[in-house]
Write a protein that binds this ligand. Structure first.
Ligand code: SF4
Length: 271
């Protein structure tokens, strides 16, 4: 089965949401202004990393694509709705401020950039795992590859050590075909064999780094188990709802969620 890393993440957050989008296809999850801000900001950072850490160029890139987000591949994603207390002007200012703060983090420039926005497609047991890494780099003197994941929202999660999304990124870098299309690092599989794989969560709004730890074979076993269990759930057509409700506040299916059982007789019997 094909597993996109973002699909694993969505399924883990709420299998029902995955079902509405991928099985019933009742419309894609809509893109809010904050999501699109993240897409445009990522794109501006990619330009920044690949064209000499030119802050002015990054700001101009951000400013242009903030007006035209639908031009950014592969999502070509416009803004479907505006989150409360966000405007075009306020998010433009926020994006530029985040770029300036990122630029001030000199340590990035002392490391070796392997690539940014790296798309991958690697085997995972009987599955295929796909996804995209924001930035992969290493620091001379340390035998460790680090994945940098940019987050532009306000949310900072706990227990990043067990974050499966990050495990998926690290796992991908351990597969031989991951390196095939990375210019200058086609020998990366052999070259970085035995190096540790770690992740840093970069919280762009506050310019803070959160160490998400290193991954081991035990983490990779959990990743494979998640892919297997997701496949079994889909085959059995079991798609539980998010019991905590934490995902619902960001879900565009909230108006239809549960309609499948909205049989008035059932509701009468319940009451
Ligand atoms: S409203 Fe909540 S439970 Fe329903 S699909 Fe969306 S996230 Fe899942």
């Amino acid at each position: 089965m094909f597993h996109r890393q973002s699909g694993l993440k969505q399924f883990a957050a709420c299998p029902r949401q995955w079902y509405y989008e991928h099985v019933r296809e009742v419309g894609k999850d809509l893109s809010g202004s904050l999501t699109v801000l993240g897409t445009v900001w990522h794109y501006a950072v990619e330009v920044y990393e690949n064209y000499g850490y030119d802050l002015d160029l990054a700001i101009r890139t951000f400013t242009y694509y903030w007006d035209h987000p639908e031009l950014i591949p592969p999502y070509y994603q416009g803004i479907d709705f505006w989150h409360r207390r966000t405007t075009h002007k306020s998010l433009l200012a926020r994006g530029i401020k985040m770029l300036k703060m990122y630029h001030e983090l000199r340590p990035w420039q002392e490391g070796r950039l392997i690539g940014s926005e790296i798309n991958f497609e690697v085997p995972l047991g009987r599955h295929t795992l796909t996804g995209s890494i924001d930035k992969l780099w290493y620091r001379p003197g340390y035998q460790a590859l680090e994945v940098l994941d940019f987050k532009t929202g306000s949310y900072v999660p706990q227990k990043l050590k067990y974050n499966v999304q990050f495990t998926a990124y690290c796992y991908a870098t351990e597969r031989e075909n991951f390196w095939e299309n990375i210019p200058g690092y086609e020998d990366g599989f052999e070259r970085f064999k035995g190096w540790r794989r770690g992740v840093v969560w970069y919280h762009a709004r506050n310019s803070k780094m959160f160490n998400a730890g290193y991954r081991t074979d035990q983490d990779y076993k959990r990743l494979l188990l998640q892919a297997d269990e997701m496949e079994r759930s889909i085959e059995a057509e079991i798609f539980p709802l998010d019991y905590s409700g934490e995902t619902c506040g960001f879900c565009s299916f909230v108006e239809i969620c549960g309609d499948e059982v909205a049989d008035p007789r059932t509701l009468v019997e319940i009451t």
